[in-house]
Design a protein around this ligand. Structure first.
Ligand code: FMN
Length: 396
Protein backbone atom coordinates (compact mmCIF):
# COMPACT_ATOMS: atom_id res chain seq x y z
CA UNK A 1 0.00 0.00 0.00
CA UNK A 2 1.57 3.27 -1.04
CA UNK A 3 0.25 6.77 -0.40
CA UNK A 4 0.39 7.99 -3.95
CA UNK A 5 -1.18 11.03 -5.44
CA UNK A 6 -1.44 12.77 -8.78
CA UNK A 7 -0.30 16.27 -8.04
CA UNK A 8 -0.42 17.81 -11.49
CA UNK A 9 -0.89 17.08 -15.15
CA UNK A 10 0.85 13.70 -15.51
CA UNK A 11 2.84 14.33 -12.31
CA UNK A 12 2.72 11.75 -9.52
CA UNK A 13 3.93 12.04 -5.96
CA UNK A 14 4.84 9.57 -3.31
CA UNK A 15 6.24 10.03 0.12
CA UNK A 16 7.70 7.77 2.75
CA UNK A 17 6.72 8.78 6.26
CA UNK A 18 9.61 7.77 8.49
CA UNK A 19 8.48 7.82 12.12
CA UNK A 20 10.97 5.19 13.19
CA UNK A 21 14.23 7.05 12.79
CA UNK A 22 15.26 8.79 16.02
CA UNK A 23 17.91 11.12 14.63
CA UNK A 24 18.08 12.68 11.17
CA UNK A 25 21.70 12.67 9.95
CA UNK A 26 22.30 10.88 13.26
CA UNK A 27 22.14 14.20 15.10
CA UNK A 28 18.77 15.97 14.76
CA UNK A 29 15.91 14.52 16.86
CA UNK A 30 12.76 13.58 14.96
CA UNK A 31 9.92 13.61 17.49
CA UNK A 32 7.44 14.08 14.64
CA UNK A 33 9.26 11.92 12.09
CA UNK A 34 10.31 13.04 8.63
CA UNK A 35 9.08 12.37 5.10
CA UNK A 36 11.04 11.67 1.91
CA UNK A 37 9.23 12.72 -1.26
CA UNK A 38 9.76 11.52 -4.79
CA UNK A 39 7.94 12.56 -7.98
CA UNK A 40 7.34 10.92 -11.32
CA UNK A 41 6.31 12.63 -14.54
CA UNK A 42 4.63 10.26 -17.01
CA UNK A 43 4.73 12.12 -20.27
CA UNK A 44 5.84 11.10 -23.75
CA UNK A 45 9.10 10.52 -21.91
CA UNK A 46 8.98 9.51 -18.24
CA UNK A 47 11.15 11.12 -15.60
CA UNK A 48 11.61 10.32 -11.93
CA UNK A 49 12.65 13.16 -9.63
CA UNK A 50 14.99 11.74 -6.99
CA UNK A 51 14.38 8.61 -4.94
CA UNK A 52 14.01 7.96 -1.20
CA UNK A 53 16.21 6.66 1.60
CA UNK A 54 17.35 3.14 0.93
CA UNK A 55 15.10 0.56 2.55
CA UNK A 56 12.75 3.17 4.01
CA UNK A 57 9.80 1.81 2.03
CA UNK A 58 9.67 -1.60 0.42
CA UNK A 59 6.82 -0.52 -1.85
CA UNK A 60 8.71 2.44 -3.35
CA UNK A 61 9.91 0.55 -6.43
CA UNK A 62 6.37 -0.80 -6.90
CA UNK A 63 5.06 2.76 -6.82
CA UNK A 64 7.52 3.69 -9.57
CA UNK A 65 6.43 0.80 -11.75
CA UNK A 66 2.70 1.37 -11.09
CA UNK A 67 3.06 5.06 -11.89
CA UNK A 68 4.90 4.22 -15.10
CA UNK A 69 1.96 1.99 -16.04
CA UNK A 70 4.05 -0.22 -18.30
CA UNK A 71 6.12 2.59 -19.79
CA UNK A 72 9.91 2.66 -19.60
CA UNK A 73 11.66 4.99 -17.18
CA UNK A 74 13.57 7.34 -19.46
CA UNK A 75 15.20 9.71 -16.98
CA UNK A 76 16.17 9.82 -13.33
CA UNK A 77 16.78 13.47 -12.45
CA UNK A 78 18.95 13.97 -9.38
CA UNK A 79 18.62 17.25 -7.51
CA UNK A 80 20.59 16.27 -4.45
CA UNK A 81 22.90 13.33 -3.77
CA UNK A 82 22.37 13.04 -0.01
CA UNK A 83 21.54 9.45 0.79
CA UNK A 84 18.03 10.14 2.09
CA UNK A 85 17.14 10.86 -1.55
CA UNK A 86 19.68 8.90 -3.54
CA UNK A 87 19.34 5.68 -1.56
CA UNK A 88 17.22 3.87 -4.13
CA UNK A 89 19.25 4.82 -7.22
CA UNK A 90 21.08 1.50 -7.31
CA UNK A 91 17.87 -0.45 -7.07
CA UNK A 92 16.16 1.56 -9.80
CA UNK A 93 19.09 1.34 -12.19
CA UNK A 94 18.97 -2.43 -11.79
CA UNK A 95 15.26 -2.44 -12.57
CA UNK A 96 15.52 0.05 -15.43
CA UNK A 97 19.00 -0.49 -16.91
CA UNK A 98 18.35 1.90 -19.80
CA UNK A 99 17.41 4.84 -17.59
CA UNK A 100 19.45 7.96 -18.21
CA UNK A 101 20.63 9.74 -15.09
CA UNK A 102 20.35 13.51 -15.36
CA UNK A 103 22.51 15.72 -13.16
CA UNK A 104 25.36 18.20 -13.19
CA UNK A 105 29.09 17.51 -13.13
CA UNK A 106 29.24 17.81 -9.33
CA UNK A 107 26.33 15.38 -9.01
CA UNK A 108 28.20 12.83 -11.06
CA UNK A 109 31.36 13.09 -8.98
CA UNK A 110 29.35 12.20 -5.86
CA UNK A 111 27.36 9.57 -7.75
CA UNK A 112 30.57 7.85 -8.76
CA UNK A 113 31.98 8.06 -5.25
CA UNK A 114 28.96 6.26 -3.75
CA UNK A 115 27.65 4.07 -6.55
CA UNK A 116 30.64 3.56 -8.85
CA UNK A 117 31.07 4.76 -12.39
CA UNK A 118 27.87 4.82 -14.40
CA UNK A 119 26.94 4.88 -18.04
CA UNK A 120 23.89 6.61 -19.38
CA UNK A 121 24.63 9.96 -17.79
CA UNK A 122 23.25 13.21 -19.17
CA UNK A 123 25.19 16.14 -17.80
CA UNK A 124 23.22 19.37 -17.72
CA UNK A 125 24.40 22.94 -17.32
CA UNK A 126 22.64 25.76 -15.52
CA UNK A 127 19.63 26.84 -17.60
CA UNK A 128 19.60 23.77 -19.86
CA UNK A 129 16.19 22.41 -20.82
CA UNK A 130 14.74 18.97 -21.40
CA UNK A 131 11.42 18.34 -23.07
CA UNK A 132 9.39 15.34 -21.93
CA UNK A 133 6.62 16.06 -24.46
CA UNK A 134 3.99 18.12 -22.64
CA UNK A 135 6.33 19.19 -19.83
CA UNK A 136 9.35 21.34 -20.61
CA UNK A 137 11.91 21.19 -17.85
CA UNK A 138 14.54 23.79 -17.10
CA UNK A 139 17.44 23.11 -14.74
CA UNK A 140 18.30 25.79 -12.23
CA UNK A 141 21.58 25.41 -10.36
CA UNK A 142 21.35 26.36 -6.70
CA UNK A 143 24.80 25.38 -5.38
CA UNK A 144 25.23 25.00 -1.62
CA UNK A 145 21.54 24.81 -0.79
CA UNK A 146 22.78 22.82 1.11
CA UNK A 147 25.30 20.66 -0.80
CA UNK A 148 27.53 21.85 -3.65
CA UNK A 149 25.69 19.90 -6.36
CA UNK A 150 22.15 20.94 -5.45
CA UNK A 151 19.96 22.04 -8.30
CA UNK A 152 16.25 22.50 -8.94
CA UNK A 153 14.06 21.69 -11.93
CA UNK A 154 11.41 24.11 -13.09
CA UNK A 155 8.59 22.74 -15.20
CA UNK A 156 7.99 25.65 -17.55
CA UNK A 157 4.71 24.20 -18.79
CA UNK A 158 2.82 24.16 -15.50
CA UNK A 159 5.01 26.25 -13.20
CA UNK A 160 6.04 23.37 -10.94
CA UNK A 161 9.33 23.77 -9.10
CA UNK A 162 11.07 20.59 -7.96
CA UNK A 163 13.15 22.24 -5.29
CA UNK A 164 15.28 19.51 -3.72
CA UNK A 165 15.82 20.01 0.01
CA UNK A 166 14.93 23.69 -0.20
CA UNK A 167 11.49 24.42 1.30
CA UNK A 168 11.58 21.03 3.04
CA UNK A 169 10.89 20.32 6.69
CA UNK A 170 11.11 17.84 9.50
CA UNK A 171 7.84 16.13 10.39
CA UNK A 172 6.07 13.24 8.73
CA UNK A 173 3.00 14.16 6.70
CA UNK A 174 0.09 13.54 9.06
CA UNK A 175 -2.64 13.14 6.48
CA UNK A 176 -2.38 16.33 4.47
CA UNK A 177 -0.03 16.44 1.53
CA UNK A 178 -0.68 19.99 0.29
CA UNK A 179 -0.24 23.28 2.12
CA UNK A 180 -4.00 23.86 1.96
CA UNK A 181 -4.79 20.51 3.57
CA UNK A 182 -2.98 21.15 6.83
CA UNK A 183 -2.63 23.52 9.72
CA UNK A 184 0.75 24.95 8.80
CA UNK A 185 1.28 26.32 12.33
CA UNK A 186 2.00 22.72 13.31
CA UNK A 187 4.73 22.42 10.67
CA UNK A 188 6.24 25.88 10.77
CA UNK A 189 8.43 25.22 13.79
CA UNK A 190 9.71 21.99 12.28
CA UNK A 191 10.32 23.73 8.98
CA UNK A 192 12.38 26.42 10.69
CA UNK A 193 14.25 23.81 12.75
CA UNK A 194 15.09 22.03 9.50
CA UNK A 195 16.10 25.29 7.82
CA UNK A 196 18.19 26.66 10.67
CA UNK A 197 20.09 23.48 11.44
CA UNK A 198 20.52 21.99 7.97
CA UNK A 199 20.43 24.85 5.50
CA UNK A 200 20.95 27.97 7.65
CA UNK A 201 24.74 28.02 7.40
CA UNK A 202 24.31 28.51 3.66
CA UNK A 203 21.87 31.41 3.96
CA UNK A 204 23.85 33.68 1.59
CA UNK A 205 23.56 30.94 -1.05
CA UNK A 206 19.82 30.65 -0.32
CA UNK A 207 19.53 34.38 -1.00
CA UNK A 208 21.29 33.87 -4.33
CA UNK A 209 18.96 31.00 -5.20
CA UNK A 210 15.88 33.07 -4.30
CA UNK A 211 17.13 35.94 -6.45
CA UNK A 212 17.58 33.52 -9.33
CA UNK A 213 14.06 32.15 -8.91
CA UNK A 214 12.45 35.56 -8.60
CA UNK A 215 11.34 35.76 -12.22
CA UNK A 216 10.02 32.23 -12.47
CA UNK A 217 6.20 31.95 -12.48
CA UNK A 218 6.12 29.32 -9.73
CA UNK A 219 2.66 27.85 -9.12
CA UNK A 220 3.58 24.72 -7.18
CA UNK A 221 6.64 23.79 -5.12
CA UNK A 222 7.54 20.12 -4.72
CA UNK A 223 10.30 19.69 -2.12
CA UNK A 224 11.99 16.46 -1.12
CA UNK A 225 10.66 16.62 2.46
CA UNK A 226 7.25 17.66 3.70
CA UNK A 227 4.34 19.52 2.18
CA UNK A 228 3.69 20.23 -1.49
CA UNK A 229 2.92 23.94 -1.90
CA UNK A 230 0.17 24.30 -4.47
CA UNK A 231 -1.96 27.10 -3.00
CA UNK A 232 0.45 29.52 -1.42
CA UNK A 233 4.03 28.93 -2.63
CA UNK A 234 4.76 32.60 -1.92
CA UNK A 235 4.34 31.91 1.77
CA UNK A 236 7.18 29.42 1.94
CA UNK A 237 9.35 31.53 -0.37
CA UNK A 238 8.71 34.46 1.98
CA UNK A 239 9.71 32.40 5.01
CA UNK A 240 12.93 31.32 3.30
CA UNK A 241 13.67 34.90 2.35
CA UNK A 242 13.11 35.98 5.94
CA UNK A 243 15.21 33.24 7.50
CA UNK A 244 18.06 33.47 5.03
CA UNK A 245 18.32 37.23 5.57
CA UNK A 246 18.39 36.71 9.36
CA UNK A 247 15.23 38.70 10.04
CA UNK A 248 14.16 37.76 13.56
CA UNK A 249 10.79 38.23 15.22
CA UNK A 250 10.49 40.74 18.07
CA UNK A 251 11.03 38.20 20.81
CA UNK A 252 13.76 36.85 23.05
CA UNK A 253 15.22 33.44 23.71
CA UNK A 254 17.04 33.07 27.02
CA UNK A 255 19.40 30.10 27.18
CA UNK A 256 21.29 29.24 30.33
CA UNK A 257 23.83 26.73 31.61
CA UNK A 258 23.53 25.97 35.28
CA UNK A 259 24.66 23.12 37.54
CA UNK A 260 23.17 24.14 40.89
CA UNK A 261 20.44 26.60 39.95
CA UNK A 262 22.05 29.99 40.54
CA UNK A 263 22.43 30.89 36.87
CA UNK A 264 18.98 29.38 36.23
CA UNK A 265 17.52 31.81 38.77
CA UNK A 266 19.09 34.71 36.92
CA UNK A 267 17.65 33.40 33.65
CA UNK A 268 14.11 33.36 35.01
CA UNK A 269 14.56 36.76 36.62
CA UNK A 270 15.78 38.36 33.40
CA UNK A 271 13.05 36.68 31.34
CA UNK A 272 10.43 37.93 33.78
CA UNK A 273 11.72 41.49 33.60
CA UNK A 274 11.77 41.39 29.80
CA UNK A 275 8.15 40.19 29.77
CA UNK A 276 7.15 42.87 32.28
CA UNK A 277 8.66 45.43 29.94
CA UNK A 278 6.17 44.33 27.29
CA UNK A 279 7.91 41.67 25.17
CA UNK A 280 5.37 38.90 24.70
CA UNK A 281 7.47 36.30 22.93
CA UNK A 282 9.96 35.08 25.51
CA UNK A 283 11.33 31.53 25.60
CA UNK A 284 13.69 30.11 28.24
CA UNK A 285 15.80 26.98 27.75
CA UNK A 286 18.24 25.00 29.85
CA UNK A 287 21.16 24.18 27.55
CA UNK A 288 21.59 20.81 29.30
CA UNK A 289 17.99 19.81 28.76
CA UNK A 290 16.96 21.07 25.34
CA UNK A 291 18.58 19.66 22.22
CA UNK A 292 20.77 22.17 20.42
CA UNK A 293 18.60 21.98 17.29
CA UNK A 294 15.71 23.58 19.22
CA UNK A 295 18.01 26.23 20.68
CA UNK A 296 19.25 27.12 17.20
CA UNK A 297 15.68 27.12 15.94
CA UNK A 298 14.69 29.74 18.53
CA UNK A 299 17.84 31.77 17.92
CA UNK A 300 16.87 31.83 14.24
CA UNK A 301 13.36 32.81 15.18
CA UNK A 302 13.92 35.66 17.63
CA UNK A 303 15.93 38.82 17.30
CA UNK A 304 16.86 38.87 20.99
CA UNK A 305 19.26 36.27 22.42
CA UNK A 306 20.26 36.19 26.08
CA UNK A 307 22.96 33.68 27.01
CA UNK A 308 23.98 32.82 30.56
CA UNK A 309 26.62 30.47 31.94
CA UNK A 310 28.09 29.50 35.24
CA UNK A 311 31.88 29.48 35.34
CA UNK A 312 33.29 26.05 34.69
CA UNK A 313 37.02 25.32 34.95
CA UNK A 314 37.85 28.85 33.86
CA UNK A 315 35.57 28.50 30.84
CA UNK A 316 31.88 28.68 30.18
CA UNK A 317 29.87 25.51 30.72
CA UNK A 318 30.82 22.95 27.99
CA UNK A 319 27.34 22.70 26.44
CA UNK A 320 27.11 26.49 26.24
CA UNK A 321 30.53 26.55 24.64
CA UNK A 322 29.31 23.99 22.13
CA UNK A 323 26.29 26.17 21.32
CA UNK A 324 28.41 29.29 20.84
CA UNK A 325 30.86 27.39 18.64
CA UNK A 326 27.99 26.17 16.50
CA UNK A 327 26.57 29.69 16.18
CA UNK A 328 29.96 30.96 15.01
CA UNK A 329 30.20 28.08 12.57
CA UNK A 330 26.74 28.89 11.19
CA UNK A 331 27.48 32.59 10.98
CA UNK A 332 24.14 33.71 12.39
CA UNK A 333 23.82 37.47 12.02
CA UNK A 334 21.77 40.46 13.11
CA UNK A 335 20.98 39.43 16.68
CA UNK A 336 20.74 41.49 19.87
CA UNK A 337 22.72 39.88 22.66
CA UNK A 338 22.56 39.92 26.46
CA UNK A 339 25.00 38.02 28.68
CA UNK A 340 24.82 36.88 32.29
CA UNK A 341 26.30 34.29 34.64
CA UNK A 342 27.52 33.35 38.09
CA UNK A 343 30.86 32.26 39.53
CA UNK A 344 32.63 31.43 42.81
CA UNK A 345 36.26 32.43 42.38
CA UNK A 346 37.54 34.33 39.37
CA UNK A 347 34.84 33.64 36.79
CA UNK A 348 35.13 32.17 33.31
CA UNK A 349 31.57 31.89 31.97
CA UNK A 350 30.80 35.54 31.38
CA UNK A 351 34.36 36.32 30.32
CA UNK A 352 34.17 33.75 27.54
CA UNK A 353 30.64 34.74 26.55
CA UNK A 354 31.96 38.28 26.14
CA UNK A 355 34.72 36.92 23.89
CA UNK A 356 32.05 35.08 21.87
CA UNK A 357 30.11 38.35 21.53
CA UNK A 358 33.14 40.06 20.04
CA UNK A 359 33.78 37.21 17.65
CA UNK A 360 30.23 36.90 16.34
CA UNK A 361 29.74 40.65 16.15
CA UNK A 362 26.17 40.86 17.46
CA UNK A 363 25.03 44.04 19.14
CA UNK A 364 25.42 43.69 22.92
CA UNK A 365 22.51 45.58 24.46
CA UNK A 366 23.99 46.14 27.94
CA UNK A 367 27.03 45.21 30.03
CA UNK A 368 26.99 41.57 31.13
CA UNK A 369 25.23 40.79 34.42
CA UNK A 370 27.63 38.74 36.51
CA UNK A 371 27.03 37.65 40.09
CA UNK A 372 29.42 36.01 42.51
CA UNK A 373 27.61 33.30 44.42
CA UNK A 374 23.88 33.24 44.96
CA UNK A 375 21.77 35.84 43.08
CA UNK A 376 20.13 37.14 46.23
CA UNK A 377 18.09 40.35 46.60
CA UNK A 378 20.23 43.41 46.18
CA UNK A 379 22.26 41.94 43.32
CA UNK A 380 19.67 42.54 40.58
CA UNK A 381 20.79 45.87 39.16
CA UNK A 382 22.75 44.55 36.17
CA UNK A 383 19.98 42.04 35.34
CA UNK A 384 17.39 44.82 35.43
CA UNK A 385 19.52 46.96 33.14
CA UNK A 386 20.05 44.08 30.71
CA UNK A 387 16.32 43.24 30.56
CA UNK A 388 15.33 46.88 30.15
CA UNK A 389 17.86 47.43 27.36
CA UNK A 390 16.80 44.29 25.50
CA UNK A 391 13.11 45.18 25.72
CA UNK A 392 13.79 48.76 24.64
CA UNK A 393 15.73 47.62 21.56
CA UNK A 394 12.99 45.19 20.60
CA UNK A 395 10.01 47.42 21.22
CA UNK A 396 11.68 50.41 19.63
C1 FMN B 1 33.32 21.70 38.18
C2 FMN B 1 33.22 23.14 38.58
C3 FMN B 1 34.07 24.06 38.03
C4 FMN B 1 33.98 25.39 38.38
N1 FMN B 1 34.84 26.28 37.83
C5 FMN B 1 34.82 27.58 38.22
C6 FMN B 1 35.74 28.54 37.70
O1 FMN B 1 36.55 28.23 36.87
N2 FMN B 1 35.67 29.80 38.12
C7 FMN B 1 34.77 30.20 39.07
O2 FMN B 1 34.76 31.36 39.45
N3 FMN B 1 33.87 29.34 39.58
C8 FMN B 1 33.88 28.04 39.18
N4 FMN B 1 32.98 27.14 39.68
C9 FMN B 1 31.94 27.60 40.59
C10 FMN B 1 30.63 27.84 39.88
O3 FMN B 1 30.81 28.56 38.69
C11 FMN B 1 29.67 28.63 40.77
O4 FMN B 1 29.37 27.87 41.92
C12 FMN B 1 28.39 29.02 40.07
O5 FMN B 1 27.66 29.93 40.85
C13 FMN B 1 27.53 27.81 39.78
O6 FMN B 1 26.39 28.24 39.11
P1 FMN B 1 25.09 27.31 39.00
O7 FMN B 1 24.47 27.26 40.34
O8 FMN B 1 24.24 28.03 38.01
O9 FMN B 1 25.54 25.99 38.54
C14 FMN B 1 33.04 25.80 39.34
C15 FMN B 1 32.19 24.85 39.88
C16 FMN B 1 32.27 23.55 39.53
C17 FMN B 1 31.33 22.55 40.13
Amino acid sequence: MNCKQRIGERIYWTSVNDRRKQLFENIWPLPNGVSYNSYLIRDEKCALMDTVESGSDRSYADWVSESLDGRPLDYLIIHHMELDHSGEIENLVQRYPDVKIVGNCKTFRVLEAYFGKRDNLIEVKDGDTLSLGYHNLKFVFTPWVHWPETMMTFDQTDGVLFSGDAFGMFGALDGGVYDDQTDFAFYEDEMRRYYSNIVGKYSPMVQKALAKLRDYPIRTICPLHGLVWRTDPCKVIGLYDRWSSYQGEDGVVVIYASMYGNTAQMADYIARRIAEAGVKKVRVHDVSKTHISYLINDIWRYKGVVLGSCAYNLQMFPLMENLTRELLHMGVKERLLGIFGTYSWNGGGVKNLNAFAEEIGWEVVAPAAEIMGHPEPGKEAACDALAAAMAARLLG
